[in-house]
Each structure stands twice: as structure tokens, then as C-alpha cells.
Write a protein that binds this ligand. Structure first.
Ligand SMILES: NC(=O)c1ccc[n+]([C@@H]2O[C@H](COP(=O)([O-])OP(=O)(O)OC[C@H]3O[C@@H](n4cnc5c(N)ncnc54)[C@H](O)[C@@H]3O)[C@@H](O)[C@H]2O)c1
Length: 318
């Protein structure tokens, strides 16, 4: 029987809540709703064991992972009344390189470190990647900070025989993937793009952070939309909007203006409403299993099969 993947999570926010609860729901009911890959190279959705968790807020530190995921400002809903305790007490995280050794020691034994802290904290992201390197674990960067796009870091993971997957995940059915598909369809059908934009509104802590701290997210969203270079300056991403009453919903508007045969106009408007953390968890579950399989098969550095799940893989703009 295949061994479950030992995972350490960094940041006990909404995405980890969606991931932990979704795995528990699948284990309890066997439901495959919303699951892209039920079995990935022998690893099922339930074959994940959380072995360590790191947070920064004092309320979460010391509590079981299954309790910490419901503490504010997390606002992803409760999916199941039966959530077995993981037995993993949340530990104090780090914010800079001074505590890398301590955290590396606490990660020891994990095969995969899942980095899901807020985007826009480059130094923190690199410090956790260093800790994963020291602990001999694969690293997944779900944030828009540059870790896999840092050539030196990628080379060091490759030399250590460890997978490094990043940067920034592409939600399972989020604005990027829908917008990209519509632009590609229009191009395939021979239309000429005139202009296009997307607007994203949300009520999570992630949205609050992304609105208040200008960071690498906007460029990462543009990376995810890249079709061909002639279209790049015609596609715009509006600054994100934080509306607390949306809770864990994200509401997105996508507009495309184009021209068809005889220079006649075509206008397309789409509204998308999703639970944003579910979009992340539905992709993270595959990234974890890809990273674990890579580690077990001694395939190191960036793994090409992860590309469809990432907005900003190595080589894209920072
Ligand atoms: N669809 C999506 O939700 C999506 C898509 C792509 C990328 N992302 C990225 O995934 C990441 C996680 O998203 P989220 O919605 O769970 O965010 P979140 O804000 O709910 O969770 C992040 C958690 O990390 C904690 N934290 C802050 N500093 C820390 C540190 N130094 N060490 C440990 N923990 C720390 C915060 O207190 C918070 O609980 C974000 O960077 C987000 O931009 C999300």
C-alpha cells in the first residue's frame, strides 16, 4: 500500500481550511465532487497526512489544526460536522531568516512544505524555502512572491534533489482560467481582440491583504493571461476590491471587446461567483501529490506537469 504524503503547512488561513476540510469530507463520504484527479500516480485525495503547521497569530498557535482553521479572520464555511482532530498543534512561524534553523527542525520528517502565507512577503517566503531545503522537503509556493522564479533558489533545490513548485497557483475555476480560455477561444475562431479586462471582488483576508499591500499579484495575474505578445497590452486587470460582506466568495467580471467578419463588433461579459479558497484547494491537492511523487522518484527542481496549475512558473515575469 502506498504511504500517505507527510505535509507541513505554512499559514493556517482560508486555503488550508478548504484543503483540510475537503480531504476530511472526501475520506468520510468518498465524494468525488469537484475533484480533478481522484488518483495521481497512485496517491488518492485522502492520502495526505498533515504533520506540522505554522501560523503567526497567537490565537492559532497551540491549537489543533482542525480548530485553528475556523478562527477569525478565516471565513471559509464549515463543510462537515465530522472533522477528526489531526493531532497537529499549530506552531509559531517565522518572519525572517533568523529562525530558519528552528523551523527546519520542526519541519523534519515532512516530505512537502506547502507555503500558504499572505502574498507580498518576499523575505518570509524565502526563509521558509530555506527551512524546507535544510529539512530535505519539497516546497510548494502558492503565493505570488518569487521563489521558483528565483534562479538561484531553483538551482539549489535541484542540486539538493528536491522539487520546487511555484509560483502562485491558478485557481481550479477562477478568473484567470476562465478569462484565458475565452481569449483563446476568440483567437481560435479568428476574431480580432480590441480590448479586455477583469475585475475581482472578494471578502477574504487574502483580498484585504492584496488590496492593502501592493505586491507581485497583479503581474502574476497578467502572467496567467499571456496569450500572444500582441494581445498583452490590450488585456487589463483592474485593482482588486475588498468587500467584507462577500465572505469567502469571489465575484469576478470579465469583459472582452472584439471584431468579427466585416469589422463588426462582438462584446462578451461574464460574471463568475465562486468560493475562492475552494479554487485554491482543488489545485493544491494535485500540487502536493505531484511534489511528493517527484520527491519519491528523485525528480528535482521544477516539475513540468505542474505548469497548468501555476500562474507564474520559472521564467515568467516578476
Ligand atoms: N484562490 C485563492 O484563494 C488563491 C489563488 C492563488 C494564490 N493564493 C495565495 O495563497 C495564499 C493563501 O491564501 P489564503 O486565502 O489562505 O490567505 P489567508 O490570508 O487566509 O491565510 C494566510 C495565513 O498566513 C498567516 N501568516 C502570516 N504570516 C505568516 C508567517 N510569517 N508564518 C506563518 N503564517 C503566516 C496569516 O496569519 C493567515 O492566517 C495567499 O498568498 C494567496 O494570495 C490564493
Amino acid at each position: 500500500m502506498i504511504k500517505p504524503v507527510k505535509v507541513a503547512v505554512v499559514g493556517v488561513g482560508n486555503n488550508i481550511s478548504a484543503l483540510v476540510q475537503g480531504i476530511a469530507l472526501h475520506r468520510a463520504t468518498g465524494s468525488l465532487v469537484g475533484i480533478h484527479t481522484p488518483v495521481l500516480d497512485g496517491l488518492g485525495v485522502g492520502d495526505i497526512d498533515f504533520v506540522a503547521a505554522f501560523a503567526i497569530s497567537p490565537e492559532k498557535i497551540g491549537t489543533d489544526l482542525t480548530e485553528a482553521i475556523f478562527l477569525p479572520p478565516n471565513n471559509f464555511p464549515r463543510l462537515t460536522s465530522e472533522l477528526p482532530r489531526t493531532g497537529v498543534a499549530v506552531r509559531r512561524g517565522l518572519t525572517d531568516a533568523s529562525e530558519v534553523e528552528r523551523v527546519a527542525g520542526e519541519i523534519a520528517g515532512a516530505e512537502v512544505v506547502l507555503y500558504a502565507a499572505p502574498s507580498g512577503r518576499q523575505e518570509t517566503a524565502r526563509a521558509y524555502a530555506e527551512a524546507a531545503l535544510q529539512a530535505g522537503a519539497a516546497f510548494i509556493n502558492t503565493t505570488s512572491d518569487a521563489v521558483a522564479r528565483d534562479r538561484q533558489m531553483l538551482d539549489r533545490f535541484a542540486a539538493a534533489g528536491l522539487p520546487l513548485l511555484g509560483d502562485d497557483l491558478t485557481s481550479q475555476f477562477g478568473t484567470s482560467v476562465v478569462h484565458h480560455a475565452l481569449l483563446r477561444l476568440m483567437e481560435e475562431r479568428g476574431l480580432t481582440l480590441i480590448s479586455s479586462y477583469q475585475v475581482n471582488l472578494g471578502g477574504t483576508e487574502d483580498f484585504r491583504n492584496l488590496v492593502e499591500n501592493r505586491n507581485t499579484k497583479l503581474q502574476s495575474k497578467l502572467n496567467a493571461l499571456a496569450t500572444d505578445s500582441s494581445a498583452a497590452d490590450k488585456v487589463q486587470v483592474a485593482p482588486l476590491g475588498y468587500l467584507p460582506h462577500l465572505n469567502s466568495h469571489k465575484v469576478a467580471h470579465i469583459n472582452i471587446e472584439a471584431q468579427a467578419w466585416g469589422q463588426t463588433s462582438v462584446s462578451l461579459d461574464v460574471k463568475l461567483k465562486v468560493h475562492d479558497p475552494s479554487g485554491a484547494a482543488g489545485v493544491t491537492i494535485d500540487l502536493i501529490r505531484m511534489a511528493a511523487n517527484g520527491l519519491r522518484e528523485r525528480r528535482a527542481g521544477y516539475l513540468a506537469e505542474a505548469a497548468p496549475l501555476l500562474k507564474s512558473p520559472p521564467g515568467s515575469s516578476v
